[in-house]
Design a protein around this ligand. Structure first.
Ligand code: C2E
Ligand code: MG
Ligand code: MG
Ligand code: MG
Length: 292
């Protein structure tokens, strides 16, 4: 059949590839169903100021409570949504779910902000700003300042002018914007100069080995220096131990997030975590070692 209609693409028809395409499509349909049936859920990871031991907010991280396969992390299904309309559908689901959670916490007297990861295609979709302001308008009780966005460096790099516009619009609405996984995008310096982001998140890959690897440590030090010079807030991801924390504080990075502080957890576990955090003596003890 391929030869008959002489189309080059069909001439290269490969049943194995075809199978793979079909499998991807089936998986995508399954993800769509998961979004529409609320099988997705959010876990929250605390972010703290190590210099004061105060909790400054949470990052929302999507999970899929799969009926057969159990709890799946974003690495297991987000890649399949990339470049398809599911990416936007999922992004919208997450934004809505976070705003609902914020409204719920507001009622319980918890006013801490939550940051949400926004995929590049979602951020740069023509109606992103309209969608966001529409969602915020449906939740008048939730102050926009309690919602923060995390954007990976590569999103900005795709179209710097467009990204700049969207980020400025968000900030004008009162929604702060962070650059996520900073240092992994290769062009950090130039982009940082142009992008008015409020917070820089040092990628966990540099933090993880900074105590042993002098190159990683040099990168962390440089990012800290740069954030200071550009007057941006800075948060280290992947803080797994008190030794990381001590060193980061010594170098002048105060905000942190990582397994050493808390793993991402379901919303209903946060109250319990918040109650025991002040009793974590080594973390509370860091305050004394904080430098300016
Ligand atoms: P990210 O935004 O950089 O989020 C941090 C990731 O690092 C999370 O993985 C978190 O569980 C993990 N992490 C936190 N502390 C530590 C630590 O101390 N050590 C180590 N080894 N890992 C740590 P997770 O939840 O698997 O998410 C992976 C990525 O998936 C996120 O990276 C983000 O890029 C993306 N993602 C997660 N949720 C969403 C979402 O709702 N929307 C979009 N578009 N992307 C999301
Ligand atoms: Mg993030
Ligand atoms: Mg990150
Ligand atoms: Mg990451």
């Amino acid at each position: 059949r391929a030869k008959q209609n002489g189309r080059n693409t069909l001439a290269h028809f490969n049943p194995r590839q075809d199978k793979q395409v079909q499998r991807c499509q089936a998986q995508r349909r399954r993800i769509e169903q998961a979004i529409l049936c609320d099988e997705l859920c959010l876990h929250y990871q605390p972010q703290v100021d190590m210099a004061t031991a105060k909790v400054v907010g949470f990052e929302a991280l999507v999970r899929w409570q799969h009926p057969e396969e159990g709890l799946l992390g974003p690495g297991e299904f987000l890649p399949l949504t990339e470049g398809t309309w599911l990416e936007i559908l999922l992004g919208e689901w997450v934004l809505k779910a976070v705003l609902e959670q914020l409204a719920c916490w507001q009622g319980e007297g918890n006013e801490l902000p939550v940051s949400v990861n926004i995929s590049p295609a979602h951020l740069l979709a023509p109606d992103f700003v309209t969608q966001l302001s529409g969602l915020l308008a449906t939740m008048p009780a939730v102050s926009p300042s309690r919602l923060k966005l995390e954007v990976v460096e590569t999103a900005a790099m795709q179209d710097i002018a467009a990204a700049l516009k969207v980020i400025s619009h968000c900030q004008a609405m009162g929604v702060e914007v962070a650059i996520d996984d900073f240092g992994t995008g290769f062009s950090s310096l130039t982009y940082l100069r142009q992008l008015p982001v409020d917070l820089i998140k040092v990628d966990k890959s540099f933090v993880r080995d900074m105590l042993e690897d002098t190159s990683d440590r040099a990168i962390v030090e440089s990012i800290i220096y740069m954030a200071k010079r550009f007057n941006r807030a800075l948060l280290a991801e992947g803080v797994e131990s008190i030794d990381h924390a001590t060193e980061l504080l010594r170098l002048g990075c105060h905000l942190a997030q990582g397994f050493g502080i808390a793993r991402p957890m379901p919303a209903d576990a946060l109250q319990g975590w918040l109650a025991q955090w002040p009793k974590r003596r080594e973390w509370q003890g860091l305050v004394a070692s904080a430098v300016e």
